[in-house]
Write a protein that binds this ligand. Structure first.
Ligand code: HEC
Ligand code: HEC
Ligand code: HEC
Ligand code: HEC
Ligand code: HEC
Ligand code: HEC
Ligand code: HEC
Ligand code: HEC
Ligand code: HEC
Length: 370
């Protein structure tokens, strides 16, 4: 314990015997002129072109009782932070910025030395916390989510107007489910590596989307299906998903048809063609662009572009991981009863085959037998 803390502990226990209301009553709301100055300061600390967190740094009146109150303020001796002990005339604080807080909150000395620290926490802890008390938890100026989006307006708007919002932002610790508001060893203030963040939350069988449709347990799926898609193997869920909410189904960040059958149009496959060559799917005859061909007949082209009943990639491929090579799925749901039609895909010496599936056994050859 530091000397400051030791001294404070004595004061704190003494103060518990004293009515806490006494001190709170003696303070007045700040004049609007002073608040305007504070807001101007805040604007300077806000991300470029964005708003700032409203804050009032004066102690709140005793009634209605604040939700959170700072222990040293409860102790009643304003001199712990201000020049004077007198609650009517506390005078200025004796240290500016985070230094005042770090004297007691020693663990934050470590937090604020991490590779990535949050700009407002570097300049002023009171950007987000009232040093005395608050109607919100943890001495925050606003509800946790409202606090973040008061400066990060763009993300607030993105999520509020998203056709597919992400519950990760509106439950539990809100933005702090993924970000540390102070500092982190991970980029973008993330509390874990992004892959771990996503997979650790998506590790239950009970999760459902907004329409009540059950969502895959991604962690279990990845354990059961060892052949992972390139970007999943390199742990980049954000290559395809927008963590803060979006307009496309399943929070994907580029177009991909949500249906099983869809007439072919390259622009509906922006997600896949951002990384895979579109020509491999739109060229009817080729001996090089794809291995899914029988001789020179491009079977990708054939299946995707069959007039009227084009299949989407999901007819044959998993998107995250599969048990078989080429991300070929085991089966596809058939009808609404949840029955799975097996694809029975097999690799052969010269190509591959599917049997008793969408059609009678068919095989393709894309090379000569070794
Ligand atoms: C944990 C430290 C701490 C304690 C204890 C504390 N304050 Fe403060 N107080 C602050 C900080 C920090 C500010 C903001 C100062 C600034 O930004 O210049 C502040 C600002 C104020 C202001 C607004 C002053 C202004 O000019 O903006 C008032 C009024 C105030 N405190 C009253 C009190 C009273 C009364 C007590 C004792 C009952 C007290 N404070 C105890 C940290 C503290
Ligand atoms: C004199 C020592 C002291 C100083 C200075 C101090 N704190 Fe604290 N603070 C404490 C103690 C003690 C607690 C209660 C810790 C606990 O319950 O584990 C606390 C708790 C908090 C909490 C959690 C409140 C809650 O409701 O859970 C926040 C947030 C906080 N302090 C922020 C600040 C900020 C911001 C500053 C600087 C303006 C500051 N502290 C300065 C001693 C101090
Ligand atoms: C950008 C806003 C923001 C800034 C700036 C900020 N904090 Fe916080 N702080 C938060 C939020 C949000 C929480 C609640 C986090 C949670 O629920 O996990 C919090 C929680 C805390 C707690 C309570 C921790 C606990 O486990 O209960 C302490 C203590 C604290 N902050 C101290 C500080 C100090 C010291 C600084 C300056 C170095 C600071 N904060 C700057 C947003 C901020
Ligand atoms: C007082 C304004 C303010 C508040 C409140 C605020 N931020 Fe920030 N935040 C900033 C500033 C300034 C930056 C610096 C980057 C910039 O200019 O865009 C930043 C950057 C970030 C970054 C990017 C960090 C990086 O390394 O690129 C994340 C993530 C972030 N904030 C999350 C949050 C979360 C979560 C909250 C709520 C707990 C929050 N912010 C509240 C001002 C704020
Ligand atoms: C599900 C986890 C998750 C939640 C919850 C979350 N974020 Fe993020 N956030 C991320 C990830 C992942 C990134 C990094 C994205 C990237 O690098 O492409 C990020 C990046 C950011 C950035 C940096 C933006 C940039 O373009 O560099 C800010 C600012 C930010 N988040 C703010 C917030 C705010 C504010 C909230 C709450 C309203 C929030 N986040 C909630 C996962 C999350
Ligand atoms: C190559 C792009 C891509 C990558 C990388 C990716 N996803 Fe997906 N994800 C998708 C697509 C496309 C869907 C929609 C699947 C469908 O309906 O056919 C989806 C669906 C989902 C779903 C909903 C599953 C369901 O039951 O419908 C979750 C949850 C999910 N992804 C999480 C993750 C996580 C976690 C990661 C990282 C481990 C990740 N995704 C990586 C493209 C991707
Ligand atoms: C704090 C827990 C949590 C974290 C962390 C989290 N998610 Fe989620 N996610 C959820 C919940 C709960 C749902 C279901 C409710 C909903 O639709 O938002 C969901 C839904 C989804 C969906 C389906 C959305 C839909 O409605 O179609 C996708 C895709 C997804 N998450 C991807 C991700 C990715 C990628 C990450 C990592 C950046 C991630 N999640 C991190 C909790 C989390
Ligand atoms: C962020 C880039 C990226 C996106 C987006 C992407 N992929 Fe991939 N994909 C890869 C990488 C990298 C590989 C591994 C390539 C390798 O191993 O040669 C791969 C491999 C594959 C394979 C397996 C190839 C094989 O023979 O093993 C299939 C199938 C596949 N992707 C389908 C898709 C589909 C369908 C989509 C759209 C829903 C998609 N990909 C979106 C990067 C991506
Ligand atoms: C009718 C089933 C089927 C459909 C639909 C399908 N694929 Fe394939 N795909 C395959 C098979 C089978 C292979 C493996 C070929 C081989 O190497 O023997 C393959 C291989 C691939 C490969 C590896 C490179 C190559 O072309 O050989 C990629 C990438 C790929 N598919 C992406 C996609 C994308 C993107 C879509 C949707 C636009 C899609 N596939 C639709 C069956 C399909």
């Amino acid at each position: 314990m530091t000397p400051t803390r030791g001294a404070f502990a004595v004061l704190f226990s003494f103060a518990l015997a004293v009515s806490t209301g006494l001190f709170a009553q003696t303070t007045q709301p700040k004049s609007s002129a002073a608040s305007a100055d504070v807001l101007a300061e805040k604007a300077a600390a806000a991300p470029a072109g964005r708003a700032s967190a409203p804050r009032s740094l004066v102690p709140l009146p005793a009634k209605p009782a604040p939700t959170s109150s700072h222990a040293p303020f409860e102790a009643g001796d304003c001199k712990i932070c201000h020049q004077n002990a007198d609650p009517k005339h506390p005078g200025p604080v004796f240290k500016k910025g985070p230094a005042l807080c770090l004297d007691c909150h020693e663990e934050f000395n470590g937090v604020m030395k991490r590779a990535h620290t949050h700009a407002p926490a570097r300049t002023d802890c009171t950007s987000c916390h009232n040093p005395h008390n608050s109607v919100f938890s943890k001495l925050l100026h606003l509800e946790p989510r409202a606090l973040c989006v008061s400066c990060h307006e763009k993300i607030g708007k993105l999520h509020d107007s998203a056709k597919v919002p992400h519950k990760a932002l509106t439950t539990g610790k809100y933005c702090s489910n993924c970000h540390n508001p102070h500092g982190s060893t991970v980029e973008k203030l993330l509390i874990q590596l992004p892959f771990d963040l996503c997979v650790n939350c998506h590790s239950v069988d009970t999760m459902a989307d907004a329409n009540g449709k059950k969502l895959q347990n991604i962690k279990a799926w990845l354990l059961d299906n060892p052949k992972q898609h390139g970007p999943v193997a390199s742990k980049d869920c954000n290559d395809c998903h927008e963590p803060h909410g979006g307009d496309l189904f399943r929070l994907i960040n580029q177009d991909y048809p949500p249906e099983f059958y869809a007439p072919y149009d390259a622009k509906n496959y922006g997600l896949c063609f951002g990384c895979h060559r579109e020509k491999a799917f739109s060229t009817a005859q080729t001996a090089t662009l794809t291995s899914f061909r029988n001789g020179a007949t491009n079977l990708h082209y054939l299946h995707l572009q069959q007039s009227g009943r084009g299949r989407t990639c999901r007819a044959c491929h998993e998107v995250h991981a599969a048990k078989q090579d080429h991300l070929i799925r085991d089966g596809v749901p058939y009808g609404s009863g949840g029955w799975i039609l097996k694809l029975n895909y097999k690799k052969t010496a010269t190509g591959g085959s599917c049997e008793k599936t969408c059609h009678a056994e068919k095989s393709y050859a894309n090379r000569t037998a070794p």
